[in-house]
Design a binder for this molecule. Structure first.
Ligand SMILES: [Zn+2]
Length: 380
């Protein structure tokens, strides 16, 4: 344990400098060329430490990356899946406004540093330490870095499920909750678009010939709001509402985008069927509902808690207390957990400000998080 800890402590500066390299390669979702380039750089690192690497280009999105690390001793065991993503939410050019910087308080800032370029770096570092220090792992390790997690994993979901099949555990290197708290549960997420269709008419000359789609959608918005169940943690939020073409025209069309979150499958189904069953209120108007659940809930299961308990005891040996919590945001861990695979999420470096201007990591946390991840790869 001290061996690993010392190893990472000595490497802290070069770890931080690689994190900087990744932060300075801006990689927002859908920036295909940039995401291909980052996948190429990470693939090169994995190959250099003995990984069997597969680069899977996804036209219009970027490249997903799979790397396998197996030895003669562990080849027959089921694998551990390390799950992460290469894309960020930050548009190209953000670096000009928010350049990489290190503060006297020991934090490192930059777009995507917390979510999750430091997590990507930790994975490379952990596997590299296992190799250079001649340590073994009980099971083969498979890494999957996708390029579209931040836009709902629209092309990578089948890949996540394929690479996760048969895994003994999934370790997700998303950022932790500030304070280094890992995630044992996540809400499921649904996304819907509801279109109301009315009839256009001159608002002054012929108002009675029109059917106001905005009024129709306003009725539906109130119905959607009534589906909220705060006690159960089920939320239904109309986040975008658009409609109308001109002031003097009774609007023929309006649309709303709806964000749905829930803790259990049953809660999700209740809301989904209520949304699909919405009926128009105004005579002659019509409704069109599209969308559905895009991430199942990651339930705080016995398996997830057992994996957390193992991680907590490893952290205690390293000398720190690991805490867990369930959260409302989703990740690719939702998919693995829903497959019944023990999943522990939030194993990245401690920090704060994911998707916000003050996004940063705590430099002092790098060593112990790298030690924790390495020990988990060895012992799970
Ligand atoms: Zn993330």
């Amino acid at each position: 344990m001290t061996l690993l800890h010392d190893h990472f402590e000595k490497r802290q500066e070069s770890i931080l400098s690689f994190i900087r390299d990744l932060v300075e390669m801006e990689t927002p979702s859908r920036e295909e060329v940039r995401l291909n380039e980052m996948a190429g750089l990470v693939a090169e690192r994995f190959r250099a430490i003995g990984g069997q690497v597969e680069q899977l280009p996804e036209p219009g999105y970027g490249t997903h990356l799979v790397a396998n690390f197996a030895s003669a001793e562990n080849r027959d065991q089921s694998h551990i899946l390390v799950l992460g993503h290469l894309d960020t939410v930050w548009p190209v050019g953000t670096l000009k406004r928010l350049p990489f910087r290190v503060t006297p308080e020991g934090t490192a800032h930059g777009p995507g540093i917390f979510d999750m370029k430091s997590g990507v770096t930790l994975t490379i570092e952990a596997l590299s330490a296992i190799r250079s220090l001649g340590l073994g792992t009980k099971r083969p390790v498979r890494v999957l870095f996708t390029c579209d997690e931040e836009i709902g994993s629209r092309t990578s979901r089948p890949l996540v499920e394929r690479e996760a099949r048969g895994a003994a555990a999934a370790l997700v290197i998303e950022p932790p909750i500030t304070g280094g708290i890992v995630k044992t549960g996540r809400k499921g997420i649904g996304v819907f678009t509801i279109r109301a269709i009315g009839r256009a008419a001159h608002a002054g000359l012929d108002p009675s010939k029109g059917i106001n789609a905005i009024v129709e959608l306003a009725h539906q918005t109130l119905r959607l709001a009534a589906l909220n169940d705060i006690e159960k943690g089920t939320t239904v939020s109309v986040g975008i509402f658009t409609g109308g073409t001109a002031l003097n025209v009774v609007p023929a069309e309006a649309a709303a985008k709806v964000d749905v979150r829930f803790w259990t499958e049953a809660d999700g189904e209740r809301v989904v069927s209520a949304i699909r069953g919405l009926k128009p209120v105004l005579e002659g108007s019509d409704l069109e509902v599209t969308g559905g659940i895009n991430r199942p809930p990651m339930q705080r299961s016995e398996k997830n808690l057992a994996l957390f308990n193992h991680a907590r005891s490893v952290a205690a040996e390293i000398g720190f207390e690991l805490k867990e919590q369930a959260v409302g945001g989703g990740s690719d861990g939702n998919f693995t957990s829903a497959m019944g695979i023990a999943t522990l999420d939030g194993l990245g470096v401690d920090g704060a400000g994911a998707h916000a201007d003050n996004e940063h990591i705590r430099i002092a946390d790098i060593t112990r998080r790298a030690t924790l991840l390495t020990r988990l790869l060895q012992t799970v």
